[in-house]
Design a protein around this ligand. Structure first.
Ligand code: GUN
Ligand code: ZN
Length: 438
């Protein structure tokens, strides 16, 4: 394990959330220290406060990394993306089903090759780090090897990652199909080998979506969920009109798409459903009732022309919401760019996303969506030291805009609207500086 053991202090302008600014007075939802410090020891946060207070509490000499005037926040969390699509980003001119067949199912076949899977897994995680993302929930390809590559690369970096091999036994090229039995066996073997929360690896049982799984495979997915209730579940739901028509034609007893997953008991508080765009109130309410989480994927939903996620309806009906890139349907690894597009999608529907709400979603909100808020997503004593350092003046145009910014909210909004990986000055994973070492 690569956690730095010598205690050290990280100094800067610290922002962390305590509560959801959607639900209560925004000012009491966060803590901000203009000159703050985090004491890092054994990969965890041992103290937080104003620099003077933390320094006084230590009472001894300790190494200090001074990041002022930059902002220090919990590392960003991405709840839905596809690691084998790292080289499929920016594939031109198709909506979901055609895009899958033309580009994605071709690209994912390369992951049968272990050397390729290892290479892309490393590059993928480095790209997450470059963008300030310290935890992600990743689909792997159908190949068992691809999940092994992803988890091994995560362990090398001591990164808290969630993921799983996709199961798909129809409507995909022969080379990408498993069977209900082999999908079950491979997933089970991967869970036994890699679902190790104490080593920051979590498995997600991953039937890709109803179109690529037969009823027999969803039955096997149900068996896995019952056998391994600690694991996550991830799949896709109601992203695109043609997809919905095809999925419901394959499961004629389902009135709505979500009924397919409900029937196989795949809707749980550990389930993350990608997209959730074209849904009626009954479907959203069913998600709320079961505690399943929607992954709002703004850049993907625009890039593939899928539609506009109705954030406020989900919030009103009490359904859980997270945010994600959905690389490679998503066009950027950056959670800053993702929130910039989230803001615009909400604006198109007359909805508002305040800067504080955005950064809550990227950190504590997504951690809560994963039930990992004790470990990640906020800077509190005992939390894992996964931290991002952000520079709102990283580009000339941002620098100029920042000259007239007046508040913390202005700065956050400029970072989100104009920023990208160039604004991420440093990333700590379990207390270790990672971006500067890339
Ligand atoms: N639905 C099923 N598979 C995928 C995928 O890889 N990307 C997206 N955006 N939607 C999907
Ligand atoms: Zn996806």
């Amino acid at each position: 394990m690569s956690a730095q053991t010598t205690p050290h202090l990280i100094r800067g302008r610290i922002l962390t959330f305590l509560e959801n600014p959607f639900q209560q007075n925004a000012a009491s939802a966060y803590r901000f220290y203009e000159d703050g410090a985090l004491l890092i020891a054994n990969g965890k946060i041992a103290d937080i406060g104003s620099f003077d207070d933390v320094k006084a509490r230590i009472g001894a000499d300790v190494a200090v990394t001074d990041h002022r005037p930059h902002l220090i926040m919990p590392g960003f969390i991405d709840t839905h993306l596809h690691f084998p699509q790292t080289q499929a980003i920016a594939s031109y001119g198709a909506q979901l089903l055609e895009w899958l067949n033309t580009y994605v199912f071709v690209e994912e076949q390369k992951f049968e090759n272990a050397a390729h899977a290892d290479f892309i897994a490393g590059r993928f995680l480095d790209e997450l780090i470059r963008n300030g993302t310290t935890t992600a929930v990743a689909y792997c390809s159908v190949h068992k090897q691809s999940a092994q590559s992803m988890f091994a690369a995560a362990r090398q970096r001591n990164m808290l990652m969630v993921g799983g091999k996709v199961m798909m036994d129809r409507n995909a090229p022969e080379a990408l199909r498993d069977t209900p039995q082999s999908g079950y066996d491979d997933s089970k073997a991967l869970i036994e080998a890699w679902h190790k929360p104490d080593q920051r690896n979590y498995y997600a049982i991953s039937p890709r979506f109803a179109i690529t799984s037969t009823p027999e495979q969803l039955e096997m997915s149900k068996a896995l969920v019952q056998e391994f209730p600690d694991c996550y579940v991830q799949t896709h739901l109601s992203e695109n009109h043609d997809e919905i028509a095809f999925a419901t034609s394959l499961y004629p007893s389902a009135q709505h798409y979500i009924d397919i997953y409900a029937h196989y008991e795949l809707l749980t508080p550990k389930t993350i459903l990608g997209h959730c765009i074209h849904m009626c109130d009954r479907e959203v309410s069913l998600m709320a009732e079961r505690g399943a989480v929607a992954a709002f994927c703004p850049t993907s939903n625009l890039f593939l022309g899928s539609g506009l996620f109705d954030h406020d309806r989900f919030a009103k009906l009490g359904a859980r919401i997270s945010v994600a890139t959905d690389v490679g349907g998503g066009s950027s690894f950056s959670m800053l760019e993702t929130m910039s597009e989230a803001y615009k999608i909400m604006a198109l529907q007359g909805q508002k996303l305040s800067p504080l709400q955005s950064y809550y979603m990227l950190t504590l909100g997504n951690a809560r969506a994963l039930g990992l808020q004790d470990k990640i997503g906020s800077l509190h004593v005992g939390a894992d030291a996964d931290i991002v350092v952000l520079d709102a003046r990283a580009k000339p145009a941002m620098d100029l805009r920042m000259d007239v910014a007046e508040t913390l909210e202005d700065e956050l909004f400029i970072l989100q609207t104009m920023g990208d990986d160039r604004c991420v000055r440093e990333v700590y994973i379990a207390g270790k500086a990672m971006k500067s070492a890339l």
